[in-house]
Ligand binder design. Structure first.
Ligand code: FE2
Length: 258
């Protein structure tokens, strides 16, 4: 069985790093190391050895722990080919469908998920029956999606969200690159005022809650772009849109300006 430990760093960016590990084999992979010492502490407590460092993308807040963690553990650093010269210590390229780690029937594989940048991977945890979880970096957040200011394209992000993330099963856990619950729920209140699920959900929301895609589909305004609540609000804000893509792009633009 594969186990997951989310590691929150109390920086203004509210980054998450993750340890993906097996108690049976004692192996671990670290996704997006932020604070190498904090990660080493956790891996020692768990009694696992970090074999690999997996970077979802090249931005500094997702790679800043690479070199120190590599030095301490001799782990192999993995990333997207388009980030070859941007990821510190990069050893090995991962492409769509590459297997990173497997334990018994469970595995972790790479998805190529462009949009936030053009060198963005997500990591999918699955068993033969279903997808159990996704490490989405800065592509999909709780109740929001990533911005495209630094090397991305919102139209490509739309395609990735629509063709990949919206197909995930409701039971799939979402492990994003940052904890943006608070801000994203505020934007949701602004842009999706008539969402009854949000009121209900907020009552039971715990700090650092890990959610499932079923909740995200009911909460995230980018997933709810075809609802009356969102569309009527956009019309009220005098936004024009013609199709599914343009609703998404309008939401992304409004979130950028918000
Ligand atoms: Fe980023």
């Amino acid at each position: 069985m594969i186990e997951i430990l989310p590691i929150f760093t109390n920086s203004p960016l509210r980054n998450y790093s993750y340890l993906v590990y097996s108690n049976r084999t004692g192996e671990a992979y670290c996704i997006d190391p932020f604070d190498a010492k904090q990660i080493l502490n956790h891996s020692q407590k768990l009694g696992v050895r970090i074999k690999g460092i997996l970077n979802t993308h090249e931005h500094g807040d997702h790679t800043q722990g690479n070199l120190e963690l590599k030095e301490e553990t001799k782990a192999v650093v993995y990333g997207h080919k388009n980030a070859k010269d941007k990821i510190p210590g990069l050893d090995q390229i991962l492409k769509e469908g590459d297997l990173v780690f497997s334990v018994e029937e469970e595995s972790l594989t790479a998805w190529d998920t462009p949009g936030h940048t053009f060198s963005h991977l997500s990591f999918v945890w699955k068993n033969p029956k279903t997808i159990l979880g996704i490490f989405s970096g800065d592509t999909l957040f709780n109740a929001g999606v990533g911005n495209c200011f630094r090397g991305g394209d919102p139209s490509v992000l739309y395609e990735t969200i629509q063709s990949r993330f919206e197909t995930l099963p409701d039971s799939c856990f979402l492990y994003p690159g940052h904890d943006y619950w608070e801000n994203n729920l505020k934007f949701s209140e602004h842009i999706d005022p008539e969402n009854p699920f949000r009121y209900q959900f907020k009552e039971s929301l715990k700090p650092f809650q890990i959610s499932e895609m079923g909740s995200e589909k009911k909460l995230n305004p980018f997933f709810r772009r075809n609802t009356n609540s969102v569309k009527e609000r956009l019309t009220e804000l005098k936004e024009t849109f013609t199709n599914d893509r343009s609703v998404f792009l309008t939401l992304r633009k409004l979130r950028d300006q918000w």
